[in-house]
Design a protein around this ligand. Structure first.
Ligand code: URA
Length: 187
């Protein structure tokens, strides 16, 4: 574990810990407010993210930004990262060895940001962070507290592009998050 961002960022530059390194154009480390109270964790970079080196900049990300904006939270107020930092080929789900190798970076990011709330975007984030016993359909929208952090599992924004009904639930979950954040801020 590194206790500063510079060392952590330096440690990942030439990462070859898993096979995803062979297909990447850019490592998508993470982006946002490094002292944010809210952290968002997705699955892994897609084509747009791989091209730009930034998380959630494609269609799904734009939809997510809109939802946050509508709730009065600017994207640069939160910190955004993914379970894996390199694009899985064809946007497939990261394999367990890939996620395992990459999770130390994410854990280190969580330790440095010290968020009060973590939004888990989709099943891959939920299972890798909280455990395989959790399912996204039954867990979404429900707070889970662990080691002093409040977790809110919700749909992955890409799922909203495929199923309109999920948009309403996603919005509801983010609203919960923003309300909790405001409540915490007041304390
Ligand atoms: N999907 C993710 O899970 N993460 C991104 O950064 C982009 C799309």
């Amino acid at each position: 574990m590194y206790n500063n961002w510079e060392e952590l960022e330096k440690s990942i530059i030439n990462c070859k810990k898993c096979k995803l390194c062979t297909g990447r154009n850019n490592i998508v480390f993470g982006e946002g407010n490094k002292e944010a109270d809210i952290m968002l964790i997705g699955e892994g970079p897609g084509a747009d993210e791989d091209k730009q080196g930034l998380p959630f900049v494609g269609k799904a990300g734009q939809l997510m930004n809109k939802a946050f904006q509508g709730l009065g939270i600017d994207r640069n107020k939160v910190y955004i990262a993914n379970v894996v930092k390199c694009r899985p080929p064809g946007n497939r789900v990261p394999e367990s060895d890939e996620a395992k190798e990459c999770l130390d970076y994410l854990r280190n990011q969580v330790i440095l940001v010290k968020p009060k709330i973590i939004v888990l975007l989709g099943s891959t984030a939920l299972k890798n962070i909280l455990g395989n016993e959790y399912g996204i359909t039954s867990s979404r929208g429900k707070w889970i507290e662990k080691n002093g952090i409040l977790y809110m599992p919700t749909w992955h924004p890409a799922a909203l592009l495929r199923d309109e009904n999920k948009k309403i639930e996603f919005w509801k979950d983010l609203k919960e998050v923003v309300e909790k954040y405001k409540e915490i801020e007041k304390r």
